[in-house]
Design a protein around this ligand. Sequence first.
Ligand SMILES: [Zn+2]
Length: 327
Amino acid sequence: MRYIVGVDLGGTNIVVGAMPEDGSRTIAVRSEPTEAQRGAEGVTDRIAALIARTMGEVIADEHAQATDFLGVGVGAPGPLDREKGVVVVAPNLGWSDFPLRKAISDRIRLPVTLDNDANCATVGEWWRGAARGARNAIGITIGTGIGGGVIVDGQLYHGSSDVAGEIGHTTIDPAGRYCKCGNYGCLEAYASGPAIAVRAREALERDEESALRRMVNGDLTKLTSATVYEAAHDGDALARELVSDTARFLGTGIANLLNTLNPDVVVITGGVTKAGERLFEPLRAEVKRRAFRPAVAACRIVPGELEGTAGMVGAVATFKQQRMGGA
Ligand SMILES: [Zn+2]
């Protein structure tokens, strides 16, 4: 048996694990804080140590040998230059133009591939999760930001300069809210976790009645999207309205994708899926209102199945695609 290690590098956590090359299971998966304040070299030291620990566990538990490891796939926040293996900008890590691929392979002396974290999450769900078997799939990862990935005819689509899939920064309102990217009206400025918290705070500042205020003991700076989902679950009217507005915003963005790419599945991952059918039902209704009927009929819109590991699994799959010609 041969093994591939997957690394999902995020601003908050690093998830590392291994898989046999057939992708049949995950082994020795762990999530550790990124400790971004250590800087690029310090974080890379951590990644290398986590890879070594994972390999050690696989060797011990599976009676494997060091030579059984084919390499390491890494998913990192983008934009990236895949050809050079460089993280161009990663605001949450404070990195710019860091040659991550070489920095890791110098430390562990194995082949390393690099791809965008949201691309990896999409490939993970496509290889082993909710988008399994799809020919054309779109993945949307909603957390601190909104990332995306596009699979066309069974291949991850990167575009001409690795920007493809930046669904969070497509415009849903040309005169809309300011987005961190500098543009106005991006989907991310409405439907990311922090954007949902901002909308909740604004509603409460307008004096709207809601259990949300009590849930944060009147301190509106403590509001998060998780508070909103919890209150919606408990029947709070304002929280439910915030979730259905989120569904409308996402549905608008996804309808654009259906008319552009005509996928057979859209898989949504991240914290927002905790809102469950309360989110998905109005979201599907919004897509149905806006996209062409054959595009709607062809497409499933579903939550991801690989909670917490989609990026790591997808990093293994992209290693296979880039180094071995297929996953
Ligand atoms: Zn933006």
